[in-house]
Design a binder for this molecule. Sequence first.
Ligand SMILES: Cc1cc2nc3c(=O)[nH]c(=O)nc-3n(C[C@H](O)[C@H](O)[C@H](O)COP(=O)(O)OP(=O)(O)OC[C@H]3O[C@@H](n4cnc5c(N)ncnc54)[C@H](O)[C@@H]3O)c2cc1C
Length: 390
Amino acid sequence: MDFALTDEQKLMVETARRVGEQYGLDYWGRTDAAGEFPRECWQAICDAGLGGIMVPEEYGGSGLGMMETALAVEALCAAGGGSTLSQLFMTNPIFGGVTLARFANAEMRAALLPKLVRGDITFCMALTEPDAGSNTLSIKTFARADGNGWRLNGRKIWITSVPQSTKMLVVARTRRPDEVARRTDGVSLFVIDTERAGVTHRPIDKVGTHTQPSSLVFLDDVRVEGHELVGDLDGGWTQLLEVLNTERIVTAAGLVGTAELATALAVRYARERRVFRDTPIAAYQGLQFPLAEAHIETECARLMNYKAATLHDTGEPYGAAANWAKFLAGRAAGHATDRAMQTMGGMGYSREFHVERLWRDARLFRIAPISEEMVLNYVAQHDLGLPRSY
Ligand SMILES: Cc1cc2nc3c(=O)[nH]c(=O)nc-3n(C[C@H](O)[C@H](O)[C@H](O)COP(=O)(O)OP(=O)(O)OC[C@H]3O[C@@H](n4cnc5c(N)ncnc54)[C@H](O)[C@@H]3O)c2cc1C
């Protein structure tokens, strides 16, 4: 067990921090208030080579792993973006990059991956449905065979960054549950153009993550070409799990960066703020202990995420560790942002001091991309061998 970073990893962290600082707190405060997509930030991330960390070198990427990805996301988010910045990595390097690099055929990889790495095209993923929710296998979106392709019909909800994306990874059934031996059979993945006849969407008003809208998506008789299938027809479930588990590592990394940032902002404020006599509020143990606790939780989440990333990179089963890391990081960021707000009193609640945005955005990740309860279900069943409760 080696906790030291390699020189290459240290360089990755430095590069990410430098780019992150160019797009710091004020940039994110402004884009959040205006509801503007952080396109120039994503372009800078790609220009610095961070958009294609895991993409094989032959397609213009760095051919590195989840560990380097986690390090870069942490550093970028800790520099000012907070957890919403990690959504840029979920949508592009994960929904786009992992899906294509691992499961697309050679033609699709060659056509799309270099563009993804350069930031020329961006991605979203349409999985969640209004009537299925966490019960992913009960999705109803169906791709009906039509000549050498398919016709897609269904409804998706909460899909991040649809208007800003070029491509959409759509998860659909190609066989109905009653036609297959196992419910996990009959699921397929498609990568289609976001702008296509039959694809419409409308934004959902929400608490935070305002730079990246979430939309209801309607798929009405959308034509899907034969070459737009990614991975195995009817066998997309295990491929989807790879996408979702790597997404959890990126989510956890963003939350660790957020927790680090929120705690740092609180510490800085507390050192300066004086309320009674000439003592800064930082001297009060009642404020110190919760910040210290948040710090310990953040470090635990960080380590668990590094473990998940390392297991992934060494080809070991990593799904459980990715779930634990995401759970811990969601709690750590929730706690750290809340304590940061409390430490800063009224100013913690003002937009000017940024913590309220970090707090709002981090809250999402106790619900999505997988809720805390579903992580606990997973642990109860798979790690503890308890009976399925639902
Ligand atoms: C801002 C935002 C962005 C998102 N982006 C995307 C995206 O880009 N693409 C995409 O496909 N999806 C996206 N999602 C969807 C997200 O993954 C889901 O919201 C999440 O998985 C939870 O599903 P749900 O909202 O349907 O909750 P539900 O499944 O309805 O759950 C409601 C509550 O019941 C609990 N619950 C459900 N089943 C059980 C059980 N068996 N045991 C115990 N508790 C249970 C849940 O934990 C939760 O607390 C996004 C969501 C949000 C809010």
